[in-house]
Write a protein that binds this ligand. Sequence first.
Ligand code: BEZ
Length: 384
Amino acid sequence: MRLMLSMAVALATVTAAHAQGQPPIKVGLMLPATGTYAALGTMIENGFKLYVQEQGGKLGGREIQYFKVDDESEPAKATDNVNKLIKRDNVDVLVGTVHSGVALAMAKAAKDSNTLLIVPNAGADAITGAMCAQNIVRSSFSNWQPGYSTGVVAAQKGYKRAMTITWNYAAGNETVRGFTEAFEKGGGKVVKDLSLPFPNVEFQPLLTEIAAQKPDVVFAFFAGGGAVKFVKDYAAAGLTKTVPLFGSGFLTDGTLEAQGASAQGLYTTLHYADNLDTPRNNAFRKSFALTYKANADVYAVQGYDAAQILAAGLKAVNGDLAKRDALTAAMHKAVVDSPRGKFTLSAAGNPVQDMYLREVKGINNEYRAVAVKALADPARGCKL
Ligand code: BEZ
């Protein structure tokens, strides 16, 4: 017994020494620092760094060194931007980003160069669908997931005629597709899809059309600065009282202080709710508030969990990046003790997670019910 104990201690000392002798792990953060999604990028970065800080600044026994690029949520610049991290900075792992169009370019570059990629927000279905790969995982959601779960709730509430409104790019279109799939399966009909280019916020003509058509319910995907303006414009047009507004939770996440009265009472679904009363969520929110003097939101959670997934991989190989297969296998197999509740990753690398129905009260998205339990993205087109 004593021999086994001293062998275990010796092994731990050797592996710690091994990790100590290593240079830092280079983490490339590609996130928006400007534009309509800038605040989302900051929350993700802060969440990621909070987890690393809680581990004493090391994952798998190795220090973490950050490299940063502002992707501006601009798909046209995405390939050049990600190559700054891959080719110029030689990062070991990419973490990014918020915008689905930018993330698709990142995923392609990560696949081509076999660089590890953890996606801490962007929901582009293809990333854990047709483009799925062993070196790519997501700590957030697929666009289909929040769309689908909102469609389930809207159908259950008995609405029959829905209109949808969003930005015309992958996140908006795929979220609407998920909503339509569940809403029509539940007996409803989407009578009209409205859209405008990202990141435009000239909502007025579209709101006039909603007022004219008078559907039973409107489903919207907007996020960040655009979501703030949309919810305010919807209320200012007097629509909140006549046509219920539902959305994927990004409509009211990280936006409530700016939306104020216009957001009160709105229902959305998402994989997080501010007031989940669990020791894990309470501790996380306290730690985040103490560190950053701000309330955590879903983006902070996704950043935090991206670091947890990386930590699971690095721990399995004691920080040895050369053990690549064991590292990626451990990332895919991680049981993530998230503030949202524990979750696992699908074979395609996307969270299998509870989707919550939330209602806006004050500056919180309050938990109301589980909309769909352990929802797994269908991973259409994924071949591993
Ligand atoms: C996206 O582009 O995938 C996205 C952006 C903001 C919030 C949610 C999704």
